[in-house]
Design a protein around this ligand. Structure first.
Ligand SMILES: [Zn+2]
Length: 88
């Protein structure tokens, strides 16, 4: 069986959902209420993208979000560039 091409979404799906929930839970232990609300919003958005089949794609430019970024921030809905633009 061939390994999935780097950048495909084969490795996501149900497991990604678990990963998002688990990481959110871990983050939640060290966050204030205001930050938690924001986090919950972001996690919901990521789970909605999972449902829609667009998980792992940037909301801003539709590029694939690098796996390294999703590993650190599983609910990321934008690539680093688009996220940075949002903050300006
Ligand atoms: Zn982007």
């Amino acid at each position: 069986m061939a390994a999935p091409e780097p950048g495909t979404q084969v490795q996501y799906g149900k497991r990604a959902g678990d990963h998002v929930a688990e990481a959110a839970d871990r983050m939640a232990r060290s966050r204030t209420a205001g930050e938690l609300e924001k986090l919950e919003e972001e996690v919901r958005a990521a789970l909605a993208k999972l449902d829609a089949g667009t998980y792992g794609r940037c909301d801003g430019c539709n590029a694939l979000i690098p796996e390294g970024r999703l590993g650190a921030l599983p609910w990321a809905t934008r690539c680093v560039d688009c996220q940075a633009r949002l903050r300006h």
